[in-house]
Unconditional design. Structure first.
Length: 254
C-alpha cells in the first residue's frame, strides 16, 4: 500500500516500538499522528520527526481521545494505516505470598489498557478507513501489538499474558469482520526488545536476557519491529495473522 499523501496513526508513538514505527512511516511518506499520553514525550518526538508528524495527546482507553486523534489524522489525508503499540504490564499473581487472591483491580487495569484499549483504537480507526476510496483493492491496514507472552507468559505476568492472548484471539476475527470493507488486520508478537521499559534493568540482566534468544542472541531493536510493520502494510496478502518477532525464543516460566 502506498502511503504517500495518506495519514497513519501510531499509538504509544512517543517511545520504543511506536517511536521507531512513526519514524519509518514518515520516511514512507505518510502523515503520522502520534497518539500518546499528555505526559509523554510525544510533542518533542513529533517535532523531531518534522512536518509530517503530529502529536495527539490522549489515552487509548478513552474513546473521545481516540476519536479526536482519528479526526486529526483524517484531516491530514485518508487514514490508511494504524500501528497500535500502546500498552503496559504489571506483576499480578493468582495468589499473593500470603495465599490471598491477587489484586483484581491491577489485573483489570492492565486488561483494560492492553485489550479494551486495542479494541477501542482498532474500531475507531477502521471506522475512518472504510470511508476511503479503495486503492489496489484495499482501504487500510491495522497492525496490533501482541507479545510472545500470549503463549508463554511468565510467572507474575497474569494480566499481561491474558491481555496479549486476547489480542491474538481478536486478530483473525477482526480481519474476517473487516474483510468485506477491504481493511486488513494483523498483529506482531515481539519477544524481548531493547525499549525504554528495560532501562530500569542493569546491563548484566539485559545481557542475560539477550543470551536467552537463540538467534540472533541479542535484544530486538525497535526498528526491526517498525520494518515488519511497514512490510505488513505493503503486502496486501498478509491478513488475519499474528507474526512472532522473537529470534526463536520460547520464554521460560520465570
Amino acid at each position: 500500500m502506498d502511503l504517500t499523501s495518506a495519514s497513519a496513526i501510531v499509538t504509544g508513538g512517543a517511545s520504543g516500538l511506536g517511536r521507531a514505527t512513526a519514524a519509518r512511516l514518515v520516511e514512507a511518506g505518510a502523515r503520522v499522528v502520534i497518539l500518546d499520553l499528555p505526559s509523554s514525550a510525544g510533542a518533542s518526538v513529533a517535532e523531531e520527526l518534522g512536518d509530517h508528524a503530529t502529536f495527539a495527546p490522549g489515552d487509548v482507553t478513552v474513546a473521545a481521545d481516540v476519536a479526536a486523534a482519528v479526526e486529526t489524522a483524517a484531516a491530514l489525508g485518508p487514514l490508511r494505516a494504524l500501528v497500535h503499540c500502546a500498552g503496559r504490564g504489571a506483576t499480578v499473581r493468582v495468589l499473593d505470598r500470603e495465599g490471598r487472591p491477587g489484586d483484581a483491580g491491577a489485573f483489570e487495569e492492565v486488561v483494560r489498557l492492553n485489550l479494551v484499549g486495542t479494541y477501542t483504537v482498532l474500531s475507531h480507526a477502521a471506522s475512518a478507513m472504510v470511508q476511503n476510496e479503495p486503492v489496489d483493492g484495499e482501504r487500510g491496514a491495522c497492525i496490533l501489538t501482541a507479545s510472545v507472552a500470549a503463549w508463554e507468559g511468565q510467572i507474575g505476568q497474569t494480566p499481561y499474558a491474558a491481555s496479549k492472548a486476547g489480542i491474538v484471539g481478536m486478530t483473525l476475527v477482526a480481519a474476517r469482520d473487516l474483510a468485506a470493507k477491504q481493511v486488513r488486520v494483523c498483529s506482531i508478537a515481539p519477544g524481548i526488545f531493547d525499549t525504554p521499559i528495560l532501562d530500569r534493568l542493569g546491563d548484566d540482566l539485559k545481557a542475560k536476557l539477550a543470551a536467552g534468544v537463540p538467534h540472533p542472541a541479542r535484544l530486538g531493536e525497535p526498528d526491526e519491529f517498525a520494518r515488519l510493520a511497514l512490510a505488513i502494510i505493503d503486502n496486501s496478502m498478509l491478513n488475519g495473522e499474528t507474526i512472532r518477532l522473537d529470534g526463536a525464543i520460547r520464554m521460560a516460566p520465570r
